[in-house]
Design a protein around this ligand. Sequence first.
Ligand code: 5GP
Length: 208
Amino acid sequence: MSDSNAHRLPTDTDDGLLLIISGPSGVGKTTITRGVERGVPDAVFSVSATTRPQTSADVEGVDYHFVTDETFEAMKARGEFLETAGIYGKKYGTPRAWVLEHLRRGRLVILEIDVQGAIQVKKQIPDAYSIFVLPPSEAALLDRLQGRRREDEAAIQRRFAAAKSEIELARSCNLYNLSITNDQVEPAIAQAIGAVNLERARRRASKK
Ligand code: 5GP
């Protein structure tokens, strides 16, 4: 038995796929991401490390690993991140070893990361499959940002401007395999799951 087979579990497959989901703030991408995670039996969600403060909506170890700036920098220096990004002055990073291990085991590994992170990941793992979630319109996005009542108007306008540049960057970098418009959440989730299943079937067929 070869070394790689020695560590193979009965649940392992050759079906590993890295799925990147991006989209501007307020577009509802977390709902879509979690919907895909629930809807695909072998899906796992990559929990990023971040230096941003934990909110009452966040669960440590489920949504993020909340770390200090010092810890983040030490992890980065040890090469523990597949990619990192600075967003609104805070740092975010994807755990390299965890992602690679689950891909090796054949899972659907989901990263919910921004466009700058997606660009870095695609350089290292070119066969990653990526989805960009769009709002039905700019007006709808502004409505959603205001409806969250998380921030004051100035902060909302800053997020709105950042969201518009994120959409522009996503268009110009030509990296995303698919754009999904989140008009209604359930059809958007179904569209994402359908695309992932099709992509995996296509890859399985091309290996035969
Ligand atoms: P929030 O702080 O609102 O949860 O996330 C802010 C932004 O950071 C979102 O666009 C989210 O997708 C992105 N993000 C979360 N984790 C990571 C990560 O590890 N890397 C990158 N590049 N972006 C991330």
